[in-house]
Design a protein around this ligand. Structure first.
Ligand SMILES: Nc1ncnc2c1ncn2[C@@H]1O[C@H](COP(=O)(O)OP(=O)(O)OP(=O)(O)O)[C@@H](O)[C@H]1O
Length: 247
C-alpha cells in the first residue's frame, strides 16, 4: 500500500531523513521507532504531504504521490494524527470529528452522522456533545484518532497516540487500534510505548539519525545490538549482555 523509496529531507544543513526506505503492506500495522530527534515525524510529513522529500519518492497504491498536496493525499486515503493534539476548543467533540468527516460528506447532517459513528467506535460515545476543551489527555488522544478516522482513510499514520497516557489508558486503547486495522485500515505508527509496539505491530522499522538502521518483527528488532546502541550509546549492547550473564 505504501512504499517510501530512498527518501531524504534536508532542512538547510541538517539531514533529518537520510535515504530512508520502508514499506507498509495493506491490512498491516507497521511500527516506526527510534530515539528522540531521529526523524520519525519528518518521515510522516513526507508521507502525508506537509513536506516534500529533497530526494526519493513516496508511492501510495503504486502511484508516485511525492509532489501531491496534503489535501490530495487525504482524498486518496491517507490520514495522520498529530503528536500535539489541538482540537477546536470552541466546538463540541462530535463537531471536531465532523471536521474530518467533511472530506467525504459535503452535507452537515451526513458529516455529523458519520462523526457520531466514528466517535462511538473510539470510545467517545458519552463525550460527544461535550466541549472538546473539557476532555482529558486520554480523551483528546481518542478525539485526534477519531478526527483522522472520520476522513475514511485507507492508510492511517499515528504519531505517538499513546504518549501521555497512563498504563490502564494504554491498555484500553490498544484494542481500539487493533479493531481499526481489522476493519481494513492499514496503520503506520510512531510509538515509544514498547508494550504497544510488541502487542500491535507485525513489522517495525528503526530510525536513528535519519537512517533506517533495522527492520523486522518487534522482538527481533529489540534484541538487535545496533538498535540497543542507538538508544543507549556505544557499548551498551555488550554491557547488557554481560549484566544478563552475571544476573
Ligand atoms: N521544519 C523543520 N526545520 C528545521 N529542522 C527541523 C524541522 N523539522 C524537524 N527538524 C529537525 O529534524 C530532526 C528530526 O526531527 P523529528 O521531529 O522528525 O524527529 P522525531 O524522531 O520525530 O523526534 P521525537 O521522537 O522527539 O518526536 C530534528 O533535529 C529536528 O530539530
Amino acid at each position: 500500500m505504501l512504499e517510501v523509496q530512498n527518501a531524504t529531507k534536508r532542512f538547510g544543513g541538517l539531514i533529518a531523513v537520510n535515504q530512508a526506505s520502508l514499506k507498509a503492506a495493506a491490512g498491516s500495522i507497521t511500527g516506526l521507532i527510534g530515539p528522540n530527534g531521529a526523524g520519525k515525524t519528518t518521515l510522516f510529513t513526507l508521507i502525508s504531504g506537509f513536506e516534500r522529500p529533497t530526494e526519493g519518492r513516496v508511492l501510495f497504491e503504486g502511484q508516485d504521490i511525492s509532489r501531491d498536496e496534503p489535501h490530495i493525499r487525504a482524498q486518496r486515503g491517507i490520514a495522520r494524527t498529530f503528536q500535539i493534539v489541538q482540537p477546536f476548543a470552541g466546538l463540541s467533540v462530535v463537531e471536531n470529528i465532523a471536521v474530518g468527516a467533511h472530506l467525504r460528506h459535503a452535507r452537515r447532517s451526513d458529516a455529523m452522522a458519520r462523526a457520531q459513528e466514528v466517535g462511538r467506535r473510539v470510545g467517545l460515545g458519552p463525550e460527544l456533545d461535550k466541549s472538546a476543551s473539557s476532555l482529558t489527555v486520554a480523551g483528546r488522544k481518542r478525539l485526534e484518532l477519531a478526527r483522522a478516522l472520520a476522513t475514511e482513510p485507507k492508510l492511517l499514520l499515528l504519531d505517538e497516540v499513546l504518549a501521555g497516557l497512563n498504563p490502564s489508558e494504554i491498555r484500553d486503547i490498544i484494542p481500539v487500534i487493533r479493531a481499526i486495522r481489522d476493519e481494513g485500515v492499514t496503520i503506520l505508527m510512531i510509538e515509544h510505548v514498547m508494550q504497544a509496539v510488541m502487542n500491535l505491530c507485525e513489522q517495525v522499522y528503526v530510525l536513528a539519525q535519519g537512517k533506517i538502521i533495522a527492520e523486522g518483527p518487534p522482538a527481533e528488532v529489540c534484541d538487535d545490538p545496533t538498535v540497543i546502541e542507538a538508544y543507549l550509546g556505544a557499548g551498551a549492547a555488550e554491557r547488557l549482555k554481560r549484566e544478563k550473564v552475571h544476573a
